[in-house]
Design a protein around this ligand. Structure first.
Ligand SMILES: *[C@@H]1O[C@H](CO)[C@@H](O)[C@H](O)[C@H]1NC(C)=O
Ligand SMILES: *[C@@H]1O[C@H](CO)[C@@H](O)[C@H](O)[C@H]1NC(C)=O
Ligand SMILES: *[C@@H]1O[C@H](CO)[C@@H](O)[C@H](O)[C@H]1NC(C)=O
Ligand SMILES: *[C@@H]1O[C@H](CO)[C@@H](O)[C@H](O)[C@H]1NC(C)=O
Length: 420
């Protein structure tokens, strides 16, 4: 049967909408959110078909809301949950970052997306499986079902939330979530980071945010049918007026794609699905093409959490000259500025750039291919055996970081007026 032209026009959007729907369902299953059928919330899933009504999709959510575990061990050293993701050709970089970041107290999720060839993913899985230290401690997990991540789309957010859900499932203990890409690199040891964060309020979130969407404000092609998304003229501040699911409008934020999120905020994003995080994910999936803004928009529109934001991503990133859309690739001539910044991480680097060797030697004390040494190493040099993971030996990096963090935290209250 042949389609007439006008019929063809809607066949494609219909197919896309169906695919999106299947994706959302699949993502929810992946996240393990559908474990019990208790309450059914309806979620508007607006397709951009010209003449059909909105399709109302029933969503089932988990009621195992037992996430309100008491804040763990306020006095003890914190733990971090990392997501390190890469794409095609990133295997070796990812492996290097993972070893530079490794600490037996932390949890790690590694992910190579579908763009990377199967051999790379198989090789990574093999290395993770066969590493004696990873094996011994059991804190490195690989997402084996690779997702196709597009760097300008909701799949990025879904992928991040998926990793958060895995980390929540794997460990009750971590305090902060950090997502990194294979082209990031640490500038301090994990002992430095753990030491510095020991003194911090475990509810703090390091998120670089702004309500000036600027060049990022282009909206998706579905704009004709999106709910009221409007700009308040000069300020470039965008608001969304939902049709019916939300009682009030929310303001859109964007900012850096690098962040350090508190466990409680991550739990809110994963479990607080009946309200803002879910609604916003739906909006980001359908109407907005600013993936970086998801966590910024959630946190700045949630009063309980907006008072926990420190407006900085603790990364050293050097942007290209205007239009400042892309981070410059750092090289050996950037090392001094990088170190002086006191940041935890820097980006981005070419694979095995000389600057990385310099960081290994001067900042991490790490031998090529080895783990970054720390108090946990049973054999001082190579760290091929795990000693006492609770022994933390901070170095000079801890002082630089401490200075930066105290400065940021002390000014964060003033800054937070913009996160509203
Ligand atoms: C949309 O839904 C309304 C009420 O459910 C119905 O009366 C109307 O015919 C529908 N429109 C289309 C185009 O299906
Ligand atoms: C939730 O936790 C409480 C107290 O810890 C417990 O009594 C209850 O059975 C738990 N509920 C579920 C669904 O696990
Ligand atoms: C971290 O997660 C956010 C939200 O999904 C995403 O936009 C960002 O690109 C991620 N950053 C990295 C380094 O993967
Ligand atoms: C480092 O990068 C800068 C700016 O991109 C460039 O001018 C410089 O030549 C590079 N240095 C080296 C050693 O590659």
């Amino acid at each position: 049967m042949a389609f007439s032209n006008s019929e063809r026009r809607w066949v494609f959007p219909l197919a896309m909408a169906s695919l999106m729907f299947i994706f959302l369902i699949a993502a929810s299953f992946n996240m393990g959110l559908l474990s019990s059928v208790r309450s059914i919330n309806s979620l508007i899933f607006s397709s951009n078909l010209p003449s059909t009504n909105e399709t109302t999709v029933s969503f089932v959510e988990s009621k195992t809301n037992n996430h309100s575990s008491p804040p763990p061990h306020v006095q003890s050293s914190p733990r971090f949950g990392y997501l390190v993701s890469g794409s095609k050709g990133d295997l070796e970089s990812l492996w290097r970052v993972l070893r530079a970041l490794y600490h037996p107290r932390n949890q790690y999720v590694v992910h190579l997306d579908l763009e990377s060839p199967a051999e790379e993913r198989i090789e990574l899985a093999k290395r993770v499986r066969e590493d004696p230290v990873f094996n011994d401690v059991g804190n490195v997990h690989m997402i084996t079902k690779a997702n196709l991540v597009t760097y300008r789309g909701p799949t990025m957010v879904a992928n991040t939330l998926h990793a958060c859900a895995i980390l929540l499932k794997k460990s009750k203990d971590w305090d902060w979530f950090i997502n990194l890409s294979a082209s990031d690199y640490p500038l301090v040891t994990q002992d430095d980071l753990i030491h510095t964060f020991t003194g911090l309020d475990r509810n703090l979130n390091f998120i670089d945010y702004t309500s000036k969407l600027g060049w990022k404000a282009e909206t998706s092609k579905a704009s004709d049918h999106r709910p009221g998304l409007y700009s308040t003229k000069k300020a470039d501040v965008f608001w969304v007026t939902p049709r019916r699911t939300m009682p009030t409008a929310f303001k859109l934020f964007t900012g850096s794609a690098w962040m350090i999120l508190s466990r409680s905020f991550v739990e809110y994003c994963i479990w607080g699905w009946d309200n803002l995080p879910r609604t916003l994910l739906m909006y980001y999936t359908n109407f907005l093409s600013t993936p970086e803004g998801y966590f910024q928009t959630v946190i700045c529109n949630t009063p309980e959490y907006s008072s926990t934001v420190v407006n900085h991503d603790l990364h050293y990133i050097s942007w290209d000259r205007p239009p400042k859309q892309h981070p410059r690739t750092l090289n050996i001539s950037d090392t001094e500025r990088m170190i002086a910044s006191g940041a935890v991480f820097a980006r981005k680097f070419k694979h095995n750039d000389l600057a990385l060797d310099k960081i290994d030697i001067e900042l991490l004390g790490r031998g090529s291919g080895d783990f970054t040494p720390g108090g946990w190493c049973a054999d001082k040099r190579k760290c091929s055996k795990v000693g006492d993971p609770s022994k933390i030996n901070p170095g000079p990096g801890a002082n630089r970081l401490q200075e930066l963090v105290s400065r940021l935290v002390s000014t964060s209250k003033v800054d937070q007026r913009k996160c509203r």
